[in-house]
Design a protein around this ligand. Structure first.
Ligand SMILES: [Zn+2]
Ligand SMILES: [Zn+2]
Length: 219
């Protein structure tokens, strides 16, 4: 599977096009400006891809700024964990609170839960519910490819923010990382919502939040 990453908007939010055999999933919608949106569309065009899935790791504003554009361009709705629906439906209010502008999405989301499996170009993604940074955070795991899209749960040398955001939980966040992400194994490559690509092995060894190096995050 080929993974193309983009980093867009003032929050420096990653989005990914994951494709194989001409089928593509778009993971998160951080393309905010028309120039950013054109970059994504050009990539899809140049590689002659059919977008089969639009997926959100969670519905924070920085991940949904391009939803309206992608919904209409690729004529489909986004998959989102059901607990993210209120955030999605209040996109305009979220934007106002963070001082950004948005073309609000118009379609209802498709509920995405741990019972679901999504297949993209023959690659199966299972869904892990990994709340804490937000109630709706999910991680998409393709075991056969050793890749996972984890949104704002686990970053290189950091973890998802829990201060100044609604409905966060430090206990849930740490449980999501320790009981759902770390067991994916050291070889698993992590494509996060912000910052560089990393691996479970690297973060298990070096992430200060997982190694008793940050006050308040000791085991
Ligand atoms: Zn977030
Ligand atoms: Zn984010």
């Amino acid at each position: 599977m080929t993974i193309q990453s983009f980093t867009f908007n003032g929050f420096m939010t990653n989005m990914y096009v994951a494709h194989r055999e001409g089928e593509a999933a778009i993971i998160d919608a951080s393309c905010a400006s028309s120039a950013e949106q054109q970059q994504v569309d050009a990539y899809i065009d140049e590689h002659d891809l059919t977008v089969t899935h639009l997926i959100l790791t969670h519905a924070h504003i920085d991940h949904i700024l391009g939803c309206a554009h992608l919904e209409s361009t690729y004529d489909q709705a986004f998959y989102l964990h059901p607990s993210g629906t209120p955030f999605y439906d209040q996109a305009a209010q979220q934007a106002q609170a963070f001082g950004v502008t948005i073309d609000p999405p118009e379609r209802s989301t498709i509920p995405l839960t741990p019972d679901d499996t999504l297949t993209v170009g023959g690659v199966r993604f299972r869904i892990l519910h990994t709340p804490g940074h937000s109630p709706d955070s999910v991680s998409l795991v393709a075991d056969e490819e050793d890749i996972a899209f984890t949104g704002d749960v686990l970053f290189q040398d950091s973890i998802g923010r829990i201060q100044g955001l609604p409905q966060t939980s430090k206990a849930d966040l740490m449980a999501s990382i320790r009981t759902k992400l770390l067991p994916l194994g050291d070889a698993m490559t992590i494509y996060p919502g912000h910052g560089a690509v990393t691996t479970i092995g690297r973060e298990r060894k070096q992430n200060p939040f997982l190694n008793n190096q940050v006050p308040g995050f000791a085991e």
